[in-house]
Every structure is written in C-alpha cells, then in structure tokens.
Design a protein around this ligand. Structure first.
Ligand code: ADP
Ligand code: MG
Length: 587
C-alpha cells in the first residue's frame, strides 16, 4: 500500500493558517494597522481599492525595520513582541503571534519599504522587500522617510476557494471602514486617514483636550455630539471612560456599540449586557444602547489569546468587571439627570388631518413640529373620557389596559367587566403592515419644507449611500451632502411618526431593502417592524393618549388578532383571573 499521509509544504501550511487570521480584506487592514500602532506610529494612512482585493497600502511613521528584520518579519512565528508564554501576561502590544505578515505574504503580492529613524533626517536609508505567494522576490536598498509602508496587492490571488466566498467590493469596503473606525476609536492619540477608491472616508487627528471623547464625536457624530453622557470611572486598576448616548437612541441592532478593552476593539456580550442593565427601564427590551467606551484593566487580569483575530477577551474575574461596568454607566446616566431620562413620548402621534392629503399647511405644520422632534396627530386623538368612549387606564411598558364602553361595538368576545390588554407594539405592527400592504405599489413621497439633516459614522454613511436608491423605492428621499452628512428630503405620510434618521440607519444596517428575493409581504413585515421600533411615541414611558390613538387605528383595521409575525395583539383581564392571581399569591 502506498503511504497516504505526508507532510504539507510550508506554503500550503501558511495558506491554510492564513484562513484563520486573514479571512476577509478588513482583517488584513486590521493586522497591518495594528503593526503600525505596535511600532509606535502616531500618523497612519490606509489606502484601499476595490474593497481591498486590488490594493491595501498602509503607511506609518513608526520605528521602522532594518534589512534583517524586514526579511524575518514575513516568516511565520517571527515576532519582536514576545519571547515566552509568560510575556502574554504583561503584553501591551496588539500583535504577538508573529503570524500576520507570513499569512498575508502567502496569499498576495507584498511590497514592504521600511526605514529606521536617523536623527531628524526626513529621508533615511531604507530597504524594500518584494514577496509573492510566500517567496521573497527581491530585497533592495533604497531611501525613504522613517517608518514603514506595506503594500498588499491581489489579495487571495492564489486561494480561489477564499476568493469565491468574498463579499462584494462595496461590502468589503464597508467592513474596512468599520475596522478603521474601531481602530481609530481605540487609539485617539494617533492620526488616521482612510482613503477608499481615491476618496477620503476617515480623517482624524489627535486632539489635545479630551482626546477620547473628541475622537468618538469626530468619528461617530450623532448622537454622540449632542446627546450623550460622559462616563469616567476609575478604581482599583479598573477604568471605564468614553460616551454613552441617551437611551432614546437605542437601536434594534448592536451596530452602535464600541467597546475597547486595553486598546483592543472587542465584542463582549457580558459587558454589553452589563451596560444595558445599567440603563434599566429607560432602554426597552430588544433595544441596544449606543456607546463607545474604553475599558482598561491590569493586563494580567484578561486573556487576549482566545480568538484568532483577538476579537474576544476573557476576564479573570468577569463578575467583578461586569459589576463595575454597570455601576460606572449607571452613575454616568443617572448622576446627571435622574432615573427618568428625557422622553417626548407624551406628545401626540399624528398630524391633525388625515383627510386632506395635500394640505400644505398641515404638512408644513408637521414639518416644523418634526424639526422640534414633535410629531402631531394624523387624526383626531381618541381623548375624551365619556362613558361611550374607550378609556386607557394605564400603560405598563408596552401594554395598555383599556376599558371598553358597555355599548362597545368591539367585535371580539371581551366580557363587559373585563379590561382589554393591548400589546401596543404588536398592534402597531399589524396596523403598519396593513398600511403598507394597502398602499399603492408606489408610496407617494411628500417633500419636506425643511429637510432633516443628520450626521453619522463613516461606516453608516457607506451603508446609507448604498441604500439611497432602495429608500427611493419606498418613497424616502435621502441625499448625501457631505462625507458623513445626509438630508432626508421627503417621505410618504405614513412615515411622519417615526424617527426617520434612525429608521434609515436601521434599515441600511439590516439590508432589508436590498434583499432582492424578499417578497412584497416579507418586505412589508420587516419594514413594519423597523417602523414600530423607531416610532417616537412608543418610547418609554408611553402616554395613555398615545395608547388610545393606537387602539383607534387598530380598530379602524378591524382589530387584527395577530401581528404580521403571528404574535397576539391583545388579551383580556377579567375579575376571575385577578382573583386566581390573588389566590396564587397567598399560597
Ligand atoms: P506580530 O505583530 O504578531 O509580531 P506580524 O507578522 O504582524 O507579527 O509582524 C512580525 C514582526 O514584523 C513584528 O513583530 C514587528 O517586529 C515587525 N513589523 C511588522 N510591521 C511593522 C511596522 N509597520 N513597523 C515596524 N515593524 C513592523
Ligand atoms: Mg502583527
């Protein structure tokens, strides 16, 4: 029998290993920029084209490398950052495995030019190494400014399997922007520029005062610029600093959460939960608060070696860290304004007239209202406490307790002495879904007299720019007027009650509109969910008048029993069920 087991050649080993470290172009950018940061650079330029598959070039003003070090740098397990496993305990550098450059070189064409500092000389003796598919092609002496430039061309050119699974260049560019946003948030004392296909997408310089908060505001813009709380808590080797946005900006995804632990951007669900817990009831279930925070701990109390791309960390005493994180965030939130944070939910929902579709006055009145964040009623609010009108007794969270009049025409079997429990969100989903379904194939846009302008992060800007034609299909007109600034110029009337900026960002993140296979009904289901999630009047605490308005709209659609996802919209509360609870409580 011929022998079946054989040793892999070193290029194949490198290419397989590369799959772990460099799975997408953004990981290549991350590894190269982290090397620049480890080299002490305070000015880093990143240029990419075609989502990074054509070119990724990172130029830094760090310590540079001499000829021998350049040659060693592309060998696997060659590093200047670690000698023994014990060093990991004290490690402050971002890299330590000595794998990144070897991996990158095995799957692309790489040119590294590096020069060590020579006094104040602007140009020093340098070395340029060219490698291809893991092999060095040439090493030549040259002249260059102090620092290092690594140029990666034709990434994945010799790993067709990996190329096949790449996303679109636009998606890869978005991932690169996100990666660079995280890296720039992690190192506020370093200047960063990111150029994507010749266009500058990120350009931040180190600020003298409050560098972290200034960096967060420069990168993430709204709502961190105007509507955020300062977190600043230091104790026993623990420190948490940065900004958290007012709870009303919470999103349905975790896309606005940035946690940097000891200089590394990481995803940590335990910490996300701790932060959410600190928000208490000010942040609804299913919503995720926005934050950008630096957590610093003694390096020996965290393990960074648990994820190939170091995107996760493990804490030696997770409970202790969680407790302190929660405490720091709640101090920042409630030390400033007390438990009930600002909420405009008590404002009515709709503009006064739904009948006069093209009534300019009403519409402009609404526009002015919207500028001040105050939605107005689209139909007569169901106020009034006469015995012939339904009454909302109380709203608990999302659920309204509604008393129906004795002469009720309510077609469902609710006994006279019972209360209606209406799940406002599910009911609203059912209503909006039907509104979407009933709207003619094109939703008619109403142009705003005063467009809504908003700023966002570069990553969000890239997503929104891509979604502009899709927004247009649902009648929402969005125009880009700056690298990170947009104008919402119009929207169908149906959209008057929502926070349109948040709606656009949520929809762009979810990619709801661009999934071509989505059937009309499925699309409307998703739109209804995002719509309800961004309704201003449904922010906690919900006003009883708002609940009644929702009840009225729900009734106008013949009291749908289920939301489009099949969840019940209502139930009933009878005196016998209350008695049962009382009996249970005594036991
Ligand atoms: P690691 O960062 O884990 O050490 P890498 O493969 O990323 O492994 O890099 C190998 C070595 O090359 C680093 O330890 C460092 O000494 C050197 N190096 C890489 N990039 C740079 C750079 N931009 N400036 C200076 N030295 C660098
Ligand atoms: Mg490295």
């Amino acid at each position: 029998m011929p022998q079946r087991i054989h040793h892999l050649d070193s290029l194949t080993i490198d290419q397989i290993a590369a799959g772990e470290v460099i799975d997408v172009p953004a990981s290549c950018v991350k590894e190269l920029v982290e090397n620049s940061l480890d080299a002490g650079a305070n000015d880093i330029l990143v240029e990419v084209s075609l989502g990074g598959r054509d070119l990724i070039r990172v130029t830094d003003n760090g310590c540079g490398m001499g000829r021998d070090d350049i040659i060693s740098s592309i060998e696997r397990y060659a590093t200047s950052k670690l000698q023994h496993i014990d060093d990991l305990q004290r490690l402050l550098s971002r890299g330590f495995r000595g794998e990144a450059l070897a991996s990158i070189v095995s799957i692309s064409h790489v040119t590294i030019t590096s020069a060590e500092k020579d006094g104040d000389a602007p140009i020093c003796s340098a070395t340029t190494l060219v490698a291809e598919g893991g092999k060095i092609c040439s090493v030549i002496d040259t002249q260059a400014p102090p620092g290092t430039t690594v140029e990666v061309a034709s990434l994945f050119y010799n790993v067709p399997a990996r190329r096949k699974f790449l996303k679109s260049p636009a998606k890869d560019s978005q991932d690169i922007i996100k990666t660079m946003t995280c890296l720039s948030l992690a190192s506020p004392s370093v200047s960063f520029r990111l150029i994507v296909d010749g266009r500058q997408v990120i350009g931040v310089t180190a600020e003298q005062s409050e560098p972290l908060n200034a960096r967060i505001r420069a990168l993430l813009k709204d709502p961190f610029v105007n509507d955020s709380f300062d977190v600043r808590h230091t104790r026993d080797g623990f420190s948490l600093t940065g900004l958290i946005a007012d709870p009303r900006h919470a999103r349905s995804t975790r896309s606005g959460q940035y946690l940097i632990v000891n200089g590394r951007y990481v995803v940590s669900f335990p910490m996300s939960y701790a932060i959410k817990a600190a928000f208490g009831t000010t942040c609804e279930d299913g919503k995720h608060p926005l934050f950008a925070l630096h957590l610093s701990l003694d390096p020996s109390s965290i393990d960074v070696n648990v994820h190939p791309q170091k995107k996760e960390v493990r804490f030696a005493d997770e409970e202790w860290v969680r407790m302190l994180v929660q405490e720091s965030v709640s101090e920042a939130l409630f030390g400033k304004r007390g438990f009930s944070t600002s909420c405009d939910a008590s404002l009515p929902l709709y503009s006064q007239s739904s009948a006069s579709e093209s009534n300019e006055d009403v519409f402009s009145a609404w526009r002015y209202a919207a500028v001040e964040e105050a939605p107005v009623m689209a139909f007569e609010m169901a106020k009034g406490t006469s015995s012939s009108a339904p009454q909302c007794l109380v709203v608990m969270g999302d659920v309204a307790l509604i008393k129906l009049p004795r002469t009720s025409v309510f077609p469902l079997a609710i006994p006279d002495d019972a209360l209606l429990l209406l799940d406002l969100r599910q009911a609203m989903r059912a209503v909006v879904f039907r509104d979407f379904e009933n709207s003619s194939s094109e939703l008619r846009t109403e142009l705003f007299l005063v467009p809504i302008s908003f700023d966002c992060s570069s990553q969000e800007a890239a997503l929104i720019t891509q979604a502009i034609p899709e927004f247009e299909k649902i009648g929402v007109i969005v125009r880009s007027i700056g690298p990170q600034t947009f104008l919402i110029e119009g929207a169908p009337k149906l959209f008057l009650d929502i926070d349109l900026q948040k709606f656009c960002i949520d929809i762009a993140y979810e990619g709801v509109l661009s999934s071509h296979d989505a059937k009309r009904a499925a699309l409307h289901k998703r739109l209804a969910t995002t719509y309800v999630a961004t309704m201003k009047a449904l922010r906690f605490p919900v006003d009883p008048d708002v609940a009644l308005t929702i009840f009225t709209r729900w009734s106008q659609h013949d009291f749908p029993e289920l939301s489009p996802d099949g969840k019940p919209c209502y139930s009933q509360l009878t005196s016998s069920s209350l008695k049962e609870w009382i009996v249970k409580g005594v036991k």
